[in-house]
Design a protein around this ligand. Structure first.
Ligand code: BGP
Length: 458
């Protein structure tokens, strides 16, 4: 078995990383804008990003040339509701209508993320964001507006991008690191986002019965540094808490009993109401969106670096793997494993919503020779093919990213695109678009509906 004719070969971006125009045409300030401004003392904030807002027609015609079947992008909540829950911004509606019409005219299926790291800042000021249930109401209202305005053109929706990452990062939620109640607030936000996601799913099923909607989970496969039972247990527990427990909530509509137990032990049980159980149960996913890039190797250590999950651990280097400039591993075989693991556990169709390789890149004679990205694409697509062959219901692949975009925390020079954007961390230049070698490679994969002959040649 291989890729079906309906397989959604696509590319992905997100609003704050691609659009720019961060205060143009009435858009409100967001947590992502604030975070990028603070993080990057360089020009690489979300003010211009890839300047997608001003290159829409050009970019969609590049997508058409690439031959993609789908395009995953996010709607900026604050472009529609600058205050998060106040007045609707007509200019924001116009922008997304225009994009959807362009996609439709070019037979590209939109896959729309409702929230990708950019909570409207006003909601942080008013309610501390998702700490409050008022933010759930605001999110539901915004989602209902999206379904009403754009539902006739969108079949695939995604609720919240990488809630499982947001729940570990105070600045992605607009919270203060020094807050003595930070741990409780992180858990409350996490819980409230589950409810928000479920409410979005319920609304979508009610308002757009033909559509499919799911979450988008970050899922790096974790390896234990050694076969010492402590290392193995650590990798197992982390994987469970970070990826599988969230998937369980989205798919089965329950908070994992293991998570509840952890919250109890750590004294962080969030405020919950009886009716929440029904909301979670009624708002379950139609498919699983998964962002998968690489594997991470973890082990117990004496140092205090790494994730804050209540134990001391280090992210290690795996001696059997190659690493890129930002220390992300190159490990395609693990993708097949990850897809099988997910499918075996949850039996839902899977959409890879992000997968890609970042590099420092320059233009040479008007070209960008990104051979490593071509290898990455080839090797990961091969593993997708193997996973399908072994029975996984994989419905699409959205390459991260279509075009060079602002990294979520490492500036603009960390490039992921199939299309080069002529700007860098310090100089915005003219943001001219240049097709990289990988653009042509992916184009041939799509044309072949898989590796086909390309696979034979290598
Ligand atoms: C995911 C995010 C994306 C994207 C990607 C790469 O976590 O959903 O927004 O940024 O990772 O990460 P980074 O930009 O940090 O390299």
């Amino acid at each position: 078995m291989s890729f079906s004719n309906e397989f959604l070969w696509g590319v992905a971006t997100s609003a704050f990383q691609y659009e720019g125009a961060y205060l143009e045409d009435g858009k409100g300030w967001t947590v992502a804008d604030e975070r990028c401004k603070k993080k990057n003392k360089i020009q690489a904030d979300s003010s211009v990003a890839s300047d997608g807002y001003h290159h829409l027609e050009e970019d969609v015609s590049l997508m058409k040339e690439l031959g993609i079947k789908s395009y995953r992008f996010s709607i900026s909540w604050a472009r529609l509701y600058p205050d998060g829950d106040g007045k609707l911004n007509e200019k924001g509606i116009e922008y997304y209508q225009k994009l959807l019409v362009l996609l439709n005219d070019n037979h590209i299926e939109p896959i729309v993320t409702l929230l990708h790291f950019d909570i409207p800042w006003k909601l942080i000021e008013k309610y501390e964001g998702f700490v409050s249930r008022k933010c759930i109401d605001a999110f539901e209202r915004y989602c209902r507006t999206c379904f009403k305005l754009f539902g006739n053109r969108v079949k695939y929706w995604l609720t919240i991008n990488e809630q499982n990452v947001m729940a570990m990062m105070h600045d992605m939620l607009g919270l203060n690191k020094e807050d003595p109640k930070l741990s409780e607030k992180l858990v409350q936000c996490n819980y409230n986002m589950y409810l928000a996601s479920a409410k979005a799913i319920i609304a979508c099923h009610e308002m757009c019965p033909q559509a499919l909607i799911g979450p988008c989970v970050s899922y790096p496969t974790l390896y234990a540094e050694t076969c010492h039972p402590d290392d193995v247990a650590l990798a197992y527990d982390m994987q469970d808490m970070m990826a599988f427990a969230p998937m369980e909530t989205y798919v089965y509509g329950i908070i994992s009993p293991l998570v509840m137990n952890k919250w109890r032990k750590e004294n962080t049980v969030p405020q919950m109401f009886k009716e929440d159980e029904q909301i979670l149960k009624s708002g379950t996913a139609d498919y699983l969106g998964v962002n998968w890039y690489c594997t991470q190797t973890v082990g117990i250590s004496n140092s205090k670096s790494g994730f804050n999950i209540g134990v001391e651990l280090d992210i290690k280097k795996n001696p059997y793997l190659e690493y890129g400039h930002w220390d992300w591993s190159y490990d395609p075989k693990a993708l097949k494993m990850a897809l099988k693991e997910c499918y075996a556990r949850f039996k839902k169709p899977i959409m890879i919503c992000e997968n890609g390789w970042s590099e420092l890149e320059t233009v040479e004679d008007g070209k960008v020779h990104d051979q490593k990205r071509i290898d990455y694409l080839h090797d990961h697509i091969k593993q997708m093919q193997n996973a399908i062959d072994e029975g996984v219901d994989l419905i699409g692949y959205q390459h991260w990213s279509f075009i060079d975009i602002l990294s979520s925390s490492q500036g603009f020079d960390k490039r992921y695109g199939l299309v080069f954007v002529d700007r860098d961390n310090f100089n915005i230049k003219n943001c001219q678009r240049i097709k990289k070698d990988s653009f042509y490679y992916y184009q041939s994969v799509i044309k072949n509906n898989g590796l086909g002959e390309i696979n034979e040649e290598r």
